[in-house]
Structures are given as C-alpha cells and as structure tokens.
Design a protein around this ligand. Structure first.
Ligand SMILES: Nc1ncnc2c1ncn2[C@@H]1O[C@H](COP(=O)(O)OP(=O)(O)OP(=O)(O)O)[C@@H](O)[C@H]1O
Length: 585
C-alpha cells in the first residue's frame, strides 16, 4: 500500500491518541472475554448441583449471584471501554480527515490555472470529498476493527486453546470461509456502489444544470424533453441501486449461516467430547458457543477491512496524483518587493499550452505609475491575455515583463498580486452579502470606505434601494444582480483595495454610456497615483488613456493617444466613426 504511506505523517502526529486507543481496546476486550468464562462457571455450578456434587442450594444461589454480578460488572466496563475506543480511533480519523482536506485544498490553491483547465471541477471536488471519506474509513474504522480483531483473537483463541485445543480447531475452522466470503461480497458491493455513485453524480449534475438553466428550458418550452431525459437517467440509476441491494442483502444471511454452522459444530463436536469424557464440564460448550459468536463479527470485519483498505489505497493514489503536481508559477523571492507600478513589456510572446494558440506576438510597450493605458481590438486579439501576464497567472513564452525595472519573475509573487486590483471580464461574485463581496478586496475596510468605493463605482444608489442594502445576500439563496450591477460591484471591490495597479478587463461593457462616463470620471481621480490598464471594445472607454494600443491577432497594429489615432487610418478610426454614428442614431 505505497500510496497510503502518505498518511504516516498524520499517524505520527496523533501517535499518543492512537497508543491510548490501543490500550483501551485491549482493556475492553479482556473484560468482554471474561463474560463467557463466567457464564461457563455458572453452568458448571448448576451442573454440579444436578450431579449432587453440591447439595446446598444456598451455595448454588450465592455462586450464581456472584457470577451474575461479575458478568454485569465486566459487561459495563467492557461497554465503557468500547465507547472510549470509538471515541479515540474515530475522533483521530476525523482529525486526519480534516488535516488531509486542508492539505488538498491548500495545494489546489497553489496550483496554476493550467491545472484547473486540465481537470474538471467535479474531479477536483470528488478527490477532496469522496476520496478523503474513503481514506478516512481506513484511518478510522479499518484500524479500529483491526486492532479490535487482533486483540480479541489473541486473548480469546489463546484462552480457548488452553481449555480445549481440539474443540478450538473445529470451532474456528469455518471462520476463514466467512472472512473470504465477506471479502468477496465487500468487493462486489464496492463495485456496484461505485456505479450507483456515478449515476448519482450524473443525476445531480443533470438536475443542477436543469435548475441553473431553467430560464432557457422554459423559454424554449423543452420541459417535456427534460422530464423524459430525467426519467431515463433515474430509471438507470434505480436499476443500479437494485443490483446493489441484491448483493447487500446477502451480507447478513451469509454471516448468520456461517455462525449457525460454527455453533452446530461446537455443539456436535463438544457434545461428543463431553460424552467420551475429553471435556469434563458442560460449561465449556456454553463458553465456546459464546466465544464463536464473539469472534464472528471480528472475522467478518477482516474481509470488510481488506476491501476498505483497497478502496482507500485507490483513493489515496488519486489524491497523491494531485498533491504531487507542482505549481507552474511559484514564488521564489522571500524578501518583500513593494510595487510602484512602472510596467514594461519587452518583446513579449505568449502561447497557451493547452490550445497551442499564440495569443501574443512580440508585444512591447511601457507605462509609468500614474498613467492609464487602453487596449482595444477585435475579440480574441489577446487583450485579456496581457492582463493575465501582469498578474503572473501565466509566465511569458519569450521576451520579458519588467515591473519597476525588475523582471517580473524576480518579484515576490504575493507582493505583486497584492498590488493588483483586477476586474475580470465575467464579474464573479460570491454567494455572500454585497458588503462582503466588496470587502473581499480589503478585509479591514470600514463601512464608510465600502460606501465610498461603491459610490465611485456608481452602484451605491442601486445597493441602498435593495431592502437589506449592503447586507443583501447575492447568489443562489439571494438576489441576482443585473450584468451592469455585477460589473460595478466588482469595480468597487478593486477600488477598495487601493492597489498600485488596476486592471479593468472589458468591465464596463454592460453599463450604459452615461454611467460609464461617470465611473471613468471617478476613476480619473482614484487612479492618479496608480497604473491603470483598461481593456475595452468601446472607444469611449479608452479615449482618455495616456496611450491606446490596438491589437490584432496578438500583434500591436497601432498605438498613440486618442487624438493621434482618430487622425490615422486604421481599426481605431473606423471603430471611432462607427461608434460615433451609433451614438448619433
Ligand atoms: N485560458 C485559455 N486557454 C487557451 N487559450 C486561450 C485562453 N484564453 C484565451 N485563449 C485564446 O487566446 C487568444 C486571445 O484571447 P484573449 O482572451 O486574450 O482575447 P481578448 O482580446 O481578450 O478577447 P475578448 O475581447 O473576446 O475578450 C484567443 O484566440 C483565445 O481563444
């Protein structure tokens, strides 16, 4: 089980708890094994009375009362320690589950965007939830039952051998069959439950997508078709569930059958040995029947535990596969490197690994702190890619980006990202209050600062019109903002961070031109001591920039100020005239 070695560090972390668990288990089992002996003794007392070896009934009664009190005492102590055993092992398994989930999540966060493109979200989620749960079954129940079984075996079997070796052999003979059968059954159950799980995921994805896209479903009137697809899928799911139920139903009958068989063997062989005098006391047979029943579940768990370990190993292999991935972009600089915001692209080219699309070709430009640069160009011309490279979401394929004269790779990555306020093309807001969504840019922001940022992004008035104002919850359980409102909340989030570099990726596209004008005016003041990048399709958004760069197919085709560019024939002038006409219309 090489993959499961990854968990050794956690076992070592919780070693004292595990050792205590081991001691508790041994105590619990020792007290539990006292019960059959006491029952056997009680039968012997009665037997001696019947055989007239004891004639005083009071002596029999006293013997029985003492034994019964001892049985109750041993059972209570054993129950208490069994409770403590679960408390120790299962609690440790929950701790390890928590640690492992955190380890995976932290690692996910470090991984680069390429990792997220190569792997599906469902897969990422499965490894942190389902796979961790399977691993927990190994660190919790599997270890607990193994310790329990080994302890019980050592204590019980050595005792059984000491009092009736031959009978012990016959009694234990069917148990390995039970163990192997349960193992085979567990494997079959696992296979079928994996299929059931897959169908459950399919059903969940289907329903989730249907609810998210309910507007489209209703608008196109495809409810009957959706219903049909759902029924087909849930029928298949039901069939797989029935398959699983069939093998699950075999579990307990199989156990009962094999226990019954062992009991018959004890009675038959024990009876014969009693008759021929090999066994002296009838109490031994009674003891052995109880022992067999005590051993059955632990023996069954050997098979069950083997299957749990196999599943955990497979899950840990999947988890390790992600944990072993190195982030493509790492922070190699420990010392602080504060960022002022002078940025130069020096002959930068960039090709996306997965699509092999060369999004940028020999791009060179410089911008100083306090200046604004606009990027304009057809869709797919490489504008967003430039912003991604500034935040080092990707590293350039060739050329160099310098920030404050330092190559971007020689900057402390955390300082670089902390100095950036980024407003993406698709504004993403969390299912949280508007206030918290804005504060995401600066956790320490006061209420006044939040309101000011929202005012600068011209969304304050919209927010206060909601019943709960800034406390309005967004997302699935809350209200849905319009596209333009989302963009402006996202702008407020960047502004409140007060960063050295502001990156606006086509984030005014859903805002009317008047509001856009108002936001741009506010930004002019805010960005006085900042470096601002504005990506847009609208001339009106870029026109006040100190420099405008026109991109086409990843190359710079034009650059200059608005006034220079409208006098030069080319894409910018054409766009300007077109948008001017639209405005007049
Ligand atoms: N994450 C990505 N992985 C692979 N290829 C990408 C990725 N993002 C963009 N591309 C490709 O790179 C090229 C440039 O895309 P980019 O998003 O930079 O263009 P854009 O000018 O911002 O476009 P738009 O105006 O439509 O936002 C496109 O051909 C696009 O298909």
């Amino acid at each position: 089980m090489p993959a499961l070695r990854h968990l050794n560090k956690y076992f070592s972390k919780y070693k004292y708890r595990l050792i205590i668990g081991l001691v508790i288990t041994i105590i619990a089992r020792i007290f539990a094994t006292m019960v059959p002996t006491l029952v056997g003794d009680s039968v012997d007392v009665v037997e001696q009375y019947i055989n007239k070896e004891i004639t005083d009934i009071t002596q029999v009664k006293t013997g029985l009362i003492i034994n019964i009190s001892l049985i109750i005492g041993a059972l209570l102590i054993s129950a208490l320690f069994t409770f403590l055993m679960r408390q120790t092992f299962i609690v440790v398994s929950r701790f390890i589950e928590f640690d492992l989930k955190n380890e995976i999540f932290q690692h996910y966060e470090k991984l680069s965007l390429n990792f997220y493109k190569k792997n599906r979200t469902g897969d990422l989620m499965n490894r942190i939830s389902e796979d961790v749960t399977k691993v927990r079954m190994y660190v919790g129940p599997a270890i607990m039952y193994s310790v329990n079984t080994i302890t019980l075996f050592v204590v019980v079997i050595s005792y059984m051998i000491s009092i009736a070796p031959e009978l012990t052999l016959y009694t234990l003979a069917p148990l390995p069959i039970l163990s192997v059968s349960i193992y085979k059954l567990s494997v079959a159950i696992h296979k079928r439950s994996t299929v059931v799980q897959e169908f459950l995921s399919k059903l969940t994805t289907f329903t989730q997508e249907s609810f998210s896209g309910i507007t489209v479903i209703k608008a196109y009137g495809i409810e009957p078709q959706t219903q049909k697809n759902f029924i087909e899928l849930s029928n298949k799911s039901k069939e797989k569930n029935l398959d699983l139920a069939k093998v699950q139903a075999l579990f307990f009958p199989l156990m009962v059958l094999l226990i019954g068989f062992s009991n018959i063997l004890v009675i038959y062989i024990g009876g014969k040995q009693f008759i021929d005098g090999t066994i002296k006391d009838l109490g031994i047979i009674v003891e052995f029947i109880i022992f067999v029943n005590m051993l059955t579940w632990p023996v069954a768990t050997v098979g069950w535990v083997s299957s749990i370990i196999q599943q955990a190993e497979a899950s840990q292999v999947r988890i390790n596969e992600f944990l072993s991935q190195e982030p493509e972009i790492t922070n190699t600089v420990i010392q602080k490197t504060p960022v002022r915001g002078d940025i130069c692209f020096d002959n930068v080219s960039f090709t996306y690994d997965d699509t092999n699309i060369t999004a940028l070709k020999n791009i060179s430009f410089c911008i100083k702190n306090g200046e604004t640069i606009g990027f304009i160009g057809k869709t797919g011309s490489g504008k967003s890619t430039i912003l991604d490279l500034i935040g080092r979401l990707y590293d350039v394929s060739s050329g160099e980006i310098r920030v404050d004269e330092t190559p971007i790779k020689d900057l402390n990555l955390n300082d670089l990202r902390e100095s950036i306020g980024y407003v993406p093309q698709d504004a993403f807001l969390f299912s949280d209050t508007i206030e918290n969504n804005i504060k995401f840019g600066n956790e320490k922001a006061s209420e006044k600062e939040i309101h000011q940022a929202a005012k600068n992004a011209v969304v304050h008035k919209n927010i206060i019109n909601f019943n709960k104002g800034y406390k309005t919850v967004l997302g699935e359980r809350g209200i849905t903002l319009s596209g333009g409102q989302k963009q402006r909340v996202s702008i407020a989030r960047a502004i409140i961070k007060n960063p050295a570099i502001l990156l606006f990726d086509d984030c005014l596209s859903a805002v009317d031109t008047e509001t856009e004008e108002e936001i741009l005016n506010n930004l002019r003041e805010i960005s006085e001591n900042k470096t601002t990048f504005i990506v847009t399709h609208r001339v009106s958004t870029a026109k006040n920039a100190n420099k405008i760069i026109v991109l086409e197919d990843g190359k710079i085709t034009q650059q200059g100020t608005h006034n220079q560019l409208i006098k030069t024939n080319g894409y910018y002038k054409e766009l300007y005239l077109k948008q001017l006409n639209e405005k007049e219309i």
